[in-house]
Design a binder for this molecule. Structure first.
Ligand code: ADP
Ligand code: MG
Length: 568
């Protein structure tokens, strides 16, 4: 069985294509969204999803969220005694989704289509692929998130459509795609994006503004810096969501017995995040220009991603396009559903027979070169594009280059992704070198072929016609291309982690939520929560199902009330 997985910065989801439809799969809690959060409990067991997310504020040193932002980097995060990078943590999320799918389908899940931000670079894509591998999933295809959403949107009606634009603003990334649909072909004409723009940035901006407001005397300095930071971010997330339905929101942080609070209004928030809103424009303009379209030619603006729920973002979009966006797809579900459709396409499902998908490479790929100017001066570090952005994929292009120096013995080529004229301003993704026979400058030619596949993975082949020598891309850092044995060892060590049991998921979540609520309040509310938790824990110890269920319902209802309490 192959499933489709939306591995998000904030939330992940898994879906399956069966009986001619894409269907979301619920997790052990019955939710179709699983927070991309991991936490390690005191006994060393690993919590994944909602229970882990509750611990972001109560156990910040044992919890990781938004780790997708570090995908493809060497950054390691510490969760209690466990050190892990974004790839390992993502593998844990994937494994949990795999277990949910297997429980739901009653079948083994062997492979997956995993979505990635269109603007994810080669390193980030390869890291995502390895995360799947570590989770015991064969990654059948990496699919661009806005393309997945476009599939879900396009296949909803299956009508020929004027071009539409997918606007996907999630927790950590922003993607825009211009898509057309005709004769069963879903064709992405252009994609653009910003890898570092999402709800998390709005949180950080709001937290920075509120920090001095709620703590004018610098009392935060007396507490652990990481704890303060996490609490501020969690408070920002809450206040920001409240601002989606209210004009003002309470921004409150409790640390120990100290309470810090302040009020933030919609206007203040919007003014504060204006620089972030301004950054939404560039990728839109670029996608339209590359797609050869003007905004008026678009039939619809399709919103995807939870952060498009922010009224400030909606206003910015409405202003940008001079009209209201469409809500034809569910912003949280479309990507996973599209991934499931792609899984159906790969399995050649009959219901999808006449559908074809054509995507593009969203960024330019090329190498560094040197040039001599008219005066014979040498300029190095220049970018020579091989595959231009928004070329339909799969794509294969060849360029020819020749030696620059007399008796040069080797040609070293750095491979870059990006649009800047100077390679220093682009992202380096690898290096390849090839020996050449000594000749006068310009005397040896090399052919450089870039092949970019449908998952957005790049292969580079270099050959020297004079000698017949060929070389493949060699990635610079060892860490980037671990061998099979290393991967197997990492897979085993992940498998050895004790994951909190699925059938206990609901109780675990409730206890974590109660712990968070306890810390959020002071005084009587806190004493009250303490008593409820004690009662619930006593029921759990007695292991009487009926008593557990009653205590759970009671605790849960009471926490709902505390969480939902309107303070304004
Ligand atoms: P990702 O795909 O990156 O995991 P999602 O599409 O799930 O992200 O979107 C997550 C983002 O959406 C978070 O930053 C979250 O704060 C934001 N979000 C979700 N619901 C709301 C809401 N009601 N109001 C404001 N922001 C929201
Ligand atoms: Mg998303």
């Amino acid at each position: 069985m192959i499933v489709g997985i939306d591995l998000g910065t904030t939330n992940s989801a898994v879906a399956v294509w069966r009986n001619g439809v894409a269907e979301l799969i619920p997790n052990a809690l019955g939710d179709v969204l699983t927070p991309s959060a991991i936490s390690v409990a005191d006994d060393g067991s690993v919590l994944i999803g909602s229970a882990a997310r509750e611990r972001q504020s109560t156990e910040p040193t044992r919890t990781a969220t938004a780790f997708k932002r570090y995908m493809g980097t060497e950054r390691r995060m510490m969760l209690g005694a466990i050190h892990a990078n974004a790839e390992d943590l993502s593998a844990l999320v994937l494994r949990s989704l795999k277990a949910d799918a297997e429980a739901f389908l009653g079948d083994t899940v062997t492979g997956a289509v995993i979505t990635v931000p269109a603007y994810f670079n080669d390193r980030q894509r390869k890291a995502t692929q390895r995360a799947g591998d570590l989770a015991g999933l064969q990654v059948k295809r990496l699919l661009n998130e806005p393309t997945a959403a476009a599939l879900a949107f396009g296949l909803q009606t299956r009508e020929a459509r004027e071009p539409f634009l997918v606007f996907d603003l999630g927790g950590g990334t922003f993607d825009v795609s211009v898509v057309e649909m005709f004769d069963g072909i879903v064709e992405v004409r252009a994609s653009a994006g910003d890898n570092r723009l999402g709800g998390e940035d709005f949180n950080a901006s709001l937290a920075a503004m509120m920090r001095s407001r709620i703590d004018p005397d610098g009392r935060f300095a007396r507490h652990d810096a990481r704890l303060v930071e996490e609490r501020l971010l969690v408070a920002a997330e809450r206040a920001r969501r409240l601002l989606t339905s209210q004009d003002t929101a309470l921004f409150a942080v409790t640390i120990g017995d100290e309470r810090f609070e302040g009020i933030v209004s919609t206007e203040e928030f919007e003014a504060q995040v204006a620089p972030l809103l301004a950054r939404l424009r560039d990728p839109v303009v670029r996608a339209l220009r590359d797609g050869g379209l003007r905004a008026e030619a678009l039939s619809e603006i399709v919103l995807v991603g939870g952060a498009t729920r922010m009224p400030a973002v909606r206003r910015a979009i409405t202003k940008m396009f001079g009209r209201f966006p469409s809500h034809a797809v569910h912003p949280d579900h479309a990507v996973a559903l599209g991934a499931a459709m792609q899984a159906g396409l790969l399995q050649r499902d009959a219901a999808l027979e006449e559908i074809r998908l054509s995507d593009v490479c969203p960024f330019t790929l090329g190498i560094n070169v040197a040039e001599r100017d008219a005066q014979g001066r040498f300029h190095s570090g220049l970018y020579s594009p091989v595959i231009e952005r928004n070329t339909p994929i799969p794509a294969s292009r060849e360029n020819r280059y020749s030696t620059m120096a007399d008796n040069q013995r080797e040609i070293v080529m750095d491979v870059f992704q990006g649009e800047a004229r100077l390679v220093a301003d682009n992202v380096k993704i690898g290096t390849v070198s090839v020996p050449v026979p000594p000749r006068p400058a310009g005397g040896v030619e090399v052919k450089v072929r870039f092949s970019y596949d449908t998952s957005g993975l790049l292969e580079v082949d270099v050959s020297v016609p004079l000698t017949g020598v060929t070389r493949n891309l060699v990635i610079v850092d060892e860490i980037d291309s671990p061998d099979a044995a290393t991967i197997a060892a990492r897979r085993e060590s992940l498998a050895a982690l004790k994951v909190h049991p699925r059938d206990q998921a609901e109780n675990a979540l409730l206890l974590e939520r109660a712990a968070r609520c306890y810390e959020d309040h002071i005084g009587d509310a806190r004493i009250q929560i303490g008593q409820w938790v004690t009662a619930f824990e006593a029921a759990l110890d007695d292991q009487r199902p009926r008593a557990i269920s009653e205590a759970r319902q009671q605790l849960s209802a009471e926490l709902d009330q505390l969480d939902g309490e309107r303070i304004l």
